[in-house]
Design a protein around this ligand. Structure first.
Ligand code: PLP
Length: 441
């Protein structure tokens, strides 16, 4: 029997029924079955489309599964709102970026109404908000991020720096550990306009202390811009309480809104009317349909919109956010901690002898909802797992990433996946697979 102490984040309550299941783990399958039997969220698994009962899906942090409600809602939007309503439906659609944003604010990111909008992609929203932040801090010309931040974040910030002649200052971050607060403290100064970091690191799953890091940025007089792609729907986020200024995030990972579903952005209400974003589109215009001669940004969060919103995609975002809201972020977090504790415990016991090491924080308070394992042959192992009906993903240079989305993953799924992995690693059946990395996973 393995004993693991689980530390939840400060102020985070363990809901009734979970206290005992997150404190100790055993390595027998019956134990995983007991956890499933005690799981208050077990029923949510049936709210998703399952085409293949034998598939174990541990990649909800890359593309979430399809909720059944979303399937019918999209069919209804297409048939009724588009097919029958035609252009008349815009009377309701026009409000959707804000309405869906409020739903995300309420259930997922701790934002009071009027501060979140669903629009564009994460990449574009990051460009808009980082540019707006630089303009809001005249006389400051340094952007701070970290060298292990998600590629699109690093590229977009580098592009803005190149375009404006600014400095992009990169903090060095250990691939397994997430951003160091001391390194950030040393990197910011009176020239820093904006600090942009991921709340949960895409590779390791390291979870940053949002309030503390935001405080470090603020002490230097900089604005704080969070990327929530790997935390929204996976861990509780409290943007208002943490004093965050700006945030972006996607909806196709843990929010389960589908490939290419529109992203969201958050701008703290006090900042909105003093900030301007660089894409002066007509959906950000005051009295849009006056078709006036010049750009005059709308008051409030709407000024951060650009062009025509993706109505079908936003409907999927609403369904995804509602489903997570129904499960409740407190319960989802408790289950996420328990799933990843089980995963790490089994990896230590079974996989370490086969050359694996855990490449995610061991302290659950510093970890999101996915776990990364380091192995020299990670690429081939991930391909062998997929052949065995277990989908996780590979991340450079030598990591296997397993994301057991709390809303739809069973403890026995984690057990079965790790059991298959120890078998594949043990008999080296993966060694015959091509060592060349493929284009996507
Ligand atoms: C997934 C992800 C993105 C993706 O951005 P897109 O514009 O949706 O392609 C950006 N940042 C982080 C941290 C991510 O995990």
């Amino acid at each position: 029997m393995l004993c693991l102490r689980v530390t939840l984040r400060r102020g985070e309550a363990v809901p009734p029924g979970y206290a005992e299941i997150v404190t100790t783990i055993r390595t027998d399958r019956g134990y995983a079955g007991e956890l499933d039997a005690a799981d208050q969220l077990a029923g949510f698994r049936d709210r998703f489309v399952r085409d293949d009962e034998s598939l174990i899906y541990l990649d909800g942090n890359s593309l979430g599964p399809l909720p059944i409600a979303t399937q019918s809602r999209i069919a209804e939007v297409v048939r009724e709102e588009w097919g029958a309503g035609l252009v008349r439906s815009w009377a309701g659609w026009i409000e959707l970026p804000r309405r869906a944003g409020d739903l995300i604010g309420q259930h997922l990111v701790g934002a009071a109404p009027g501060q979140v909008a669903v629009c564009d992609s994460t990449t574009i929203n990051l460009y808009k908000l980082a540019s707006a932040a630089l303009d809001a801090r005249p006389g400051r010309s340094v952007i701070v991020t970290d060298d292990d931040n998600f590629p699109t974040d690093r590229y977009v910030l580098a592009g803005i720096a190149a375009q404006r002649g600014c400095e992009l200052r990169m903090i060095r971050t250990g691939m397994n550990d997430g951003v160091s607060e001391d390194a950030l403290r040393a990197a910011v100064d009176e020239r820093t306009a904006v600090v942009s970091l991921s709340h949960v690191a895409y590779r390791s799953g390291a979870l940053a202390d949002m309030a503390q890091i935001t405080g470090i940025a603020h002490d230097a007089g900089a604005l704080m811009l969070w990327d929530l792609c790997h935390s929204v729907g996976a861990v509780p986020v409290e943007l208002d309480a943490a004093g965050a200024d700006l945030a972006v995030g996607c909806t196709y990972k843990y929010v389960n809104a589908g490939p290419g579903a529109p992203a969201f952005l958050y701008v703290r209400s006090e900042l909105q009317d003093s900030m301007r974003q660089p894409v002066w589109g007509w959906f950000g215009q005051r009295d849009q349909f006056a078709m006036g001669p010049g750009y005059d940004p709308a008051p409030g969060i709407e000024r951060f919109l650009t062009g025509t919103p993706q109505i079908i995609g936003i409907a999927a975002v609403q369904e995804g956010a509602r489903l997570l809201g129904e499960a409740g972020m407190g319960r989802l977090r408790a289950k996420g901690v328990a799933l990843t504790e089980l995963l790490i415990g089994l990896a230590d016991e079974w996989l370490a002898p086969h050359g694996f090491t855990v490449a995610s924080p061991r302290d659950s308070a510093r970890r999101g909802a996915h776990v990364t394992l380091h192995h020299r042959d990670a690429w081939q192992l991930s391909q062998a797992l997929i052949k065995a009906g277990i989908v996780g993903d590979y991340r450079t240079p030598d990591r296997l990433r397993l994301g057991p989305a709390p809303i739809c993953t069973r403890f026995t799924d984690v057990w079965d996946a790790l059991d298959a992995l120890r078998r594949i690693a043990g008999d080296r059946s993966y060694a015959g697979l091509a060592a060349e990395r493929g284009r996507v996973i």
